[in-house]
Write a protein that binds this ligand. Structure first.
Ligand code: GTP
Ligand code: MN
Ligand code: MN
Ligand code: MN
Ligand code: MN
Ligand code: MN
Length: 200
């Protein structure tokens, strides 16, 4: 396992650790951008109130609810959408050593949805979510990732990856894009190289 990775069981055994659960929601799509560029997959992140990109989800106290119940609750608050997260959705748990007294363990989940369902998530997040406009930035809310690269090599995924991400959500994103076959390792590498050049 990569450094900092631990099993869900090991994570729950940690005394004094705080836990945060976030989820990647994605779907396959036949839709095309400009009726020309295949979008291939709809992948959701959110623009947070602090201006950083991250996944929907939040802090869970395992003494009050299970990790998955807590994540489902956060999704209801942030997306206005009822989704029952299960153990099968769990992808990884990561220990984030910090200077403050209580370490944070970030649990990451992923769920493949039908296109129809994920479009309902987008609609709900934009209208009925209770925390929309509070924890999630008012105007932006949910963000759909561009998985394509436009001519010239900058627009699309490279420019998306040059934004700022909360915590380790950026590596969660990069790992899962390849893990779930949403982009090829080569496509990701090319996009990262362009993103790196953009930041300079
Ligand atoms: P509160 O109202 O403050 O409780 O917000 P919340 O429960 O929705 O928590 P939030 O989503 O902000 O996540 C809690 C902490 O987890 C953040 O302060 C970050 O350090 C971290 N975090 C937030 N989003 C992500 C993410 O997408 N991935 C990872 N790995 N960490 C995240
Ligand atoms: Mn929240
Ligand atoms: Mn949150
Ligand atoms: Mn919360
Ligand atoms: Mn809150
Ligand atoms: Mn694919």
């Amino acid at each position: 396992m990569a450094s900092g990775q631990l099993s869900r069981e090991e994570a729950l055994a940690c005394v004094g650790c705080r836990h945060a659960c976030h989820i990647l929601l994605y779907a396959d799509t036949e839709a095309q951008l400009f009726e020309e560029i295949p979008i291939r997959h709809i992948v959701l992140m959110q623009m947070r109130f602090d201006g950083l990109l991250g996944f929907p989800g939040g802090l869970v106290d395992p003494s009050e609810e299970s990790l998955e119940e807590g994540l489902s609750r956060e999704l209801w608050e942030e997306l206005g959408f009822s989704l029952s997260v299960t153990l099968e959705d769990h992808v990884s748990s990561c220990h984030n050593p910090s200077s403050s007294s209580s370490h944070l363990i970030t649990h990451f989940y992923a769920r493949r949805m039908e296109e129809k369902e994920i479009r309902e998530v987008e609609k709900a997040a934009a209208s009925t979510a209770t925390d929309h406009g509070h924890e999630v930035a008012i105007v932006m809310g949910m963000v759909r990732l561009p998985l394509y690269t436009l001519k010239g090599g900058e627009g699309g995924l490279p420019s998306f990856l040059s934004h700022s991400f909360i915590g380790n959500s950026r590596s969660q994103l990069e790992d899962s894009l390849v893990r779930f076959g949403l982009v090829t390792p080569e496509e990701l590498q090319t996009a990262l190289t362009h993103a790196e050049q953009r930041r300079k």
